[in-house]
Ligand binder design. Sequence first.
Ligand code: ATP
Ligand code: MG
Length: 154
Amino acid sequence: EWIDLTEVMDHVIQKVKPKAKSKGLDIRVEQPDRLPLVYADGLRMGQVFMNLLDNAIRYTETGTIQVQLRQEPSHVVTIVEDSGIGIPPEELPSIFERFYRVEKSRSREHGGTGLGLAIVKQLVDMQGGTIQVSSVLGKGTRFEITLPIGGDSQ
Ligand code: ATP
Ligand code: MG
């Protein structure tokens, strides 16, 4: 189906807003007035955005969560960036593995199963997209997802 990722993202943000607000976190969205439609699965992309925002809120204590959607020649790029606890560089290559969680102390504190990002990666791969992460410990984490405008046959 042809979907508008700004609509998918707006819907997810409405759902997570109360949780962000209860932690005093602002969610800022930057998007063009018109984003090209992408050929992808709206429910799956909703799940992807939900997992990323859930993490961003869960692993951030103060500051802002920035969401950006933009067009590139053949892709739509979505960025979710937080000002949270960050991920140690040696752990970054493992975070898309199933059940992987960064250090046990923080896991006890934050709950969760360690499946979120494995599912995110699988859903993005399935649709011909890519996902990349960069993070600075104690400063924040940024996820960047690209989806081909014409779907995975492109
Ligand atoms: P759940 O299955 O409920 O999502 P989870 O959040 O622990 O559990 P993932 O979403 O797969 O699992 O994330 C894996 C690990 O990566 C997390 O345990 C956390 O330590 C780290 N992580 C993920 N996103 C962030 C983020 N935005 N900031 C800091 N650490 C993160
Ligand atoms: Mg998670």
